[in-house]
Design a protein around this ligand. Structure first.
Ligand code: NAD
Length: 499
């Protein structure tokens, strides 16, 4: 069994506690992947001190050279795609096609970031005074604390760290406890690509200790967090008190709406993929299906038939449609919501239990589950479950569907199936989400567009695309007066024509 280390101050080191936690395969808990450091606040302090030194060097590298390191990262990830996908499936369960997609997202993000090194645009604008130059440009900020969830073990760290690095910052990275192996390999790739060692620090361990120590460290002015809304609230409170720059990406309760005029087959494929891809553990997963009354019964019948045919199993085995949940705690949470749904009077149409037999006893499996007659406003309909549970709500009209979609505290993704362009464009205006898909499922973001949600899903920032570069850089303005005289703004250049 392998014992893994932190990467601090340019070397692979044991945690100061001398303690470790185990990382096991969720499809077969007898399969022990390795032991990973249970680090302490002391380890975080050493990591931040080193990252400060890394930052002082890295911020002076020209941005195109920083981008070039990211281009090499993209090349290495491309070469190692299958191997990394395999180890990712082993530690968090989603099928290989999905973990390959996770790595591909990292590759796309790397090449986008590499090219951004040759942009990082500022503005030059005319000054209101003669012989005076006015411009804005970007400066790096410092050490960024990067705290990530288990469900996209590579893609989400790349969304955060690649733009942070291209902008000239250093990173202290704490991956989720369930996916420390992918986090370790990711840091190995960064180093192999030529990132100067002190620019990246990897500190494994628990959120309450390592995560909290990063968030509250006074020399970490930037925190980027993706995880649950509950943890995000704790992180946000600390960052608010300490005046830190904070990006939060949190929970979701995403809906797919199917109207009477929709292409039924297309909508069915979308619902299956949206609800049960990644075993429902995507922030953008379809957890609510809003069906218009004309197609409700027919659509639901076809969906249940298809869901009963989904093959549960080890994501590394050929033919598996749905992998395990990430942990026993995740299975227990899903079970508790099945109880809640039944107590609330919803109809359990399929699933709702751990699969009996079938050689799946050794893993954290749960059957794909559908509840019908779910009431808007019920807990099943309102709360994030983060598992393979789909709640079906019947509505009379598109407007009623939009209202149900919007009446939750989250606002990440939504999807609408219709052939009516007028309703489709109206939906894009009316649905309170950061992303709306028309005739496509709630999942499927592309690396070069901004990603994020409204309401309690986020705090106004976006990952991906061009917007994330705003978050990781500080805008500075420079004025150069070459007139040789004192020119007083707003006084010597009065432009109006007073009556
Ligand atoms: P989580 O909130 O349990 O953990 C996320 C990270 O926070 C982990 O690294 C954890 O160790 C750390 N953490 C825990 N307590 C902390 C503390 N007190 N201080 C600092 N860090 C702490 O989330 P999870 O179970 O890993 O992931 C699932 C959640 O993430 C879901 O709610 C899902 O919707 C959300 N998510 C959101 C997005 C998005 O982009 N909106 C993407 C993926 C996942």
């Amino acid at each position: 069994m392998k014992t893994f280390k932190n990467f601090i101050a340019g070397g692979w080191v044991a945690p100061s506690s001398g303690e470790y936690f185990e990382n096991r395969n969720p499809a077969d808990t007898a399969d022990l992947i390795g032991r990973f450091p249970l680090s302490t606040a002391d380890d975080v302090r050493r990591a931040v001190a080193s990252a400060r030194r890394g930052f002082e060097r890295w911020r002076r590298e020209p941005a195109p050279a920083r981008g070039d390191v990211l281009r090499r990262v993209g090349d290495i990830l491309s070469r190692r795609k299958d191997e990394i996908a395999d180890l990712m499936t082993r530690e968090m369960g989603k099928p290989l096609a999905e973990t390959r997609g996770d790595v591909q997202e990292g590759i796309d993000t790397a090449y986008y970031a590499a090219s951004e090194g040759r942009r990082l645009f500022g503005h030059t604008v005319p000054s209101e005074l003669r012989n005076k130059w006015a411009m804005s440009f970007r400066r790096p900020i410092g050490v960024c604390g990067i705290i990530t969830p288990f469900n996209f073990p590579l893609a989400i760290p790349t969304w955060k760290m690649f733009p942070a690095l291209v902008c000239g910052n250093a990173c202290v990275f704490k991956p989720a406890e369930d996916v420390p192996h992918t986090g370790t390999v990711f840091v190995e790739v960064l180093l192999e690509a030529g990132l100067p060692p002190e620019v990246i620090q990897l500190v494994h361990g628990l959120g309450e200790t390592v995560g909290a120590a990063i968030v509250s460290h006074p020399e970490v002015p930037v925190i980027s967090f993706t995880g649950s809304t509950e943890t995000g609230r704790v992180v946000g409170e600390v960052c608010g008190r300490m005046h830190k720059r904070l990006s939060l990406e949190m929970g979701g309760k995403n809906a797919q709406i199917v109207l009477d005029d929709a292409d039924m087959d297309l909508a069915l494929e979308g619902a299956l993929w949206g609800a049960f891809g990644t075993t429902g553990q995507r922030c953008t997963a379809t957890s609510r299906l809003i069906l218009q009354k004309g197609i409700h019964d027919r659509f639901l019948g076809a969906l249940v038939d298809r869901v009963k045919g989904l093959r549960l199993g080890d994501g590394r085995k050929e033919g598996t449609d749905v992998g395990p949940l990430v942990s026993e705690a995740a299975v227990a949470k899903v079970e508790s919501y099945v109880d809640i749904g039944q107590r609330e009077g919803a109809d359990l149409l399929c699933g709702g239990r751990r699969p009996p037999g079938k050689g799946l006893e050794g893993g954290h499996f749960f059957e794909p589950t559908i509840f019908a007659r779910v009431e808007p406003g019920s807990r099943l309909e309102q709360e994030e479950i983060f598992g393979p549970v789909l709640s079906v709500i019947r509505v009379g009209s598109a407007d009623e569907a939009f209202a149900v979609n919007n009446d939750v505290k989250y606002g990440l993704s939504s999807s609408l199936y219709t052939r009516d362009n007028t309703i489709a464009f109206r939906a894009m205006q009316e649905l309170d989400n950061g992303i709306t898909y028309i005739n496509a499922p709630t999942i499927g973001a592309e690396a070069h567009l901004p990603f994020g949600g409204v309401k309690q899903t986020g705090n106004g920032h976006r990952e991906g695309g061009w917007e994330v570069y705003e978050f990781y850089s500080e805008t500075k303005v420079g004025y150069v007066d070459y007139s040789g005289t004192l020119q007083r703004a707003q006084i010597d250049n009065y432009l109006g024509t007073p009556d």
